[in-house]
Design a protein around this ligand. Structure first.
Ligand code: UDP
Ligand code: MG
Length: 318
C-alpha cells in the first residue's frame, strides 16, 4: 500500500525541512502499524526563495521525496492539481507545508478509509484561533452565502487537508477546469466523506500568502465557479425594476390627467436615474464576471507548466 502526500509549497524553504521531519516520523509509525509506504510530492509553485533547492536536497537524501517545480507561480490550486497528477499512491493526501495540517492525523484518517465505508477523510477547523476576527467574520459569511446559492455544499472551516482513495483522486483529476476552486471540486465529485475536527494550528515558520483581497477574489472565484445564482439574481432585479417603473408610469399618467402637469420632481428624477444605472452596471458586472471566467476556460490553457521534476534531476545525474 502506497500513500502519496501532496504538498504545495510557495516560498516555504523554512517549513519544508520541518514538514519533512514530522511527515517521516508519521510515515515510520504507519509503516509499523499499517504496513504503508510513502511518497512525498513537493510542488514548488514558482517560489522565489530556496524552496526548489530544499526539494532537490530532500530528494537526494531520500528517494521517497519527489517534486514538481513550476515555471512561475500558478497558485495553490494548480499546485494541488499537479501533485495529484504526479501521485502514484493507492491513497493520496493533500496538506500544507506549514504543518497547519498535522500529518499526525493521517493514521486515524487512513483507518476510516480502510473500513471501506468512506472514500475520503477530510478535516475541518473547529476554531479560527489566531486569525483576525474580521477575517473570520467574512469567512463565515462567505460560507453562508455560497451554500445558500449553490447546489454544491461547501463546508465551513473545511481545510484542503484530505486523504482520498485512488477512485476519488482520479475523479478529481477528470475535472480539468482552469479556474480551480478545490473546496468546490472535492465536494462536487461526491463520494462519502468522513470529517475530522481539529483546532486551528498556527504555521511553524514563514508567513501566510493570503491577504484580505486575495481571499475576497478567491471567494468570488468559488461563487462564480459553483453557482449561477448571481445571474438569476441579476435578472430578478431587472424584472423588479421594470415592474416598479411600470407602476410609476401609471401613477404619473393618472396624476397628470387628474391634476394637470406642474413641472417638478427633477431631483427625484436624477436619483432614480442614478439608482437604475447603478443597478444596471452592477448586473452587467455580474454577467462580465461569468464571461471572463468562460473566456479563460475556452482558451484551454494548461493549469500549470512544470520546469523541473525529480525525474529530470535523476536523468541528469545518471
Ligand atoms: N501556496 C502555494 N501557492 C500559492 C500560495 C500558497 O502553493 O500561491 C501553498 C503554501 O506554500 C502552503 C499552502 O499553500 O503550503 C497554504 O498557504 P498558506 O499557509 O499561506 O495559507 P493559510 O494557511 O494561511 O490559509
Ligand atoms: Mg497555512
Amino acid at each position: 500500500m502506497l500513500i502519496s502526500l501532496v504538498v504545495p509549497c510557495y516560498n516555504e524553504e523554512e517549513s519544508m525541512p520541518l514538514f519533512y521531519r514530522e511527515a517521516s516520523r508519521v510515515a515510520a509509525e504507519m509503516k509499523q502499524s499499517h504496513g504503508a509506504d510513502f511518497e512525498f510530492i513537493f510542488v514548488d509553485d514558482g517560489s522565489r526563495d530556496g524552496t526548489l533547492k530544499v526539494a532537490r536536497q530532500l530528494h537526494d537524501a531520500d528517494p521517497r521525496v519527489r517534486y514538481v517545480s513550476f515555471s512561475r507561480n500558478f497558485g495553490k490550486e494548480a499546485g494541488i492539481y499537479a501533485g495529484l497528477k504526479a501521485a502514484k499512491g493507492d491513497y493520496v493526501a493533500t496538506l500544507d507545508a506549514d504543518l497547519q495540517d498535522p500529518p499526525a492525523l493521517l493514521p486515524k484518517m487512513l483507518d476510516a478509509l480502510l473500513t471501506g465505508d468512506w472514500d475520503c477523510a477530510a478535516t475541518r477547523r473547529t476554531t479560527r484561533k489566531g486569525e483576525p476576527p474580521v477575517r473570520s467574520w467574512f469567512a463565515h459569511k462567505f460560507y453562508q452565502i455560497i451554500n445558500r446559492m449553490g447546489d454544491t455544499e461547501i463546508v465551513d472551516g473545511a481545510r484542503d487537508f484530505r486523504l482520498m482513495s485512488r477512485r476519488m483522486t482520479d475523479a478529481v483529476l477528470t475535472l480539468s477546469e482552469y479556474n480551480r476552486f478545490s473546496k468546490g471540486i472535492f465536494s462536487w465529485v461526491g463520494f462519502r466523506t468522513k470529517w475530522f475536527d481539529y483546532e486551528n494550528i498556527e504555521r511553524v515558520a514563514g508567513k501566510t500568502k493570503w491577504n484580505f483581497w486575495s481571499l475576497f477574489r478567491y471567494s468570488i472565484e468559488g461563487i462564480v465557479g459553483f453557482s449561477t445564482a448571481p445571474l438569476v439574481f441579476a435578472a430578478l432585479v431587472g424584472v423588479i425594476f421594470c415592474i416598479a417603473a411600470f407602476c410609476g408610469i401609471v401613477f404619473v399618467a393618472v396624476r397628470a390627467l387628474l391634476f394637470g402637469d406642474p413641472t417638478s420632481g427633477w431631483p427625484s428624477m436624477i436619483c432614480i436615474l442614478l439608482l437604475c444605472s447603478g443597478v444596471q452596471l452592477f448586473c452587467l458586472g455580474i454577467v462580465g464576471e461569468y464571461l471572463s471566467k468562460t473566456y479563460l476556460e475556452v482558451k484551454h490553457r494548461p493549469i500549470y507548466i512544470a520546469q523541473e521534476t525529480e525525474a529530470d534531476r535523476d536523468a541528469r545525474r545518471h
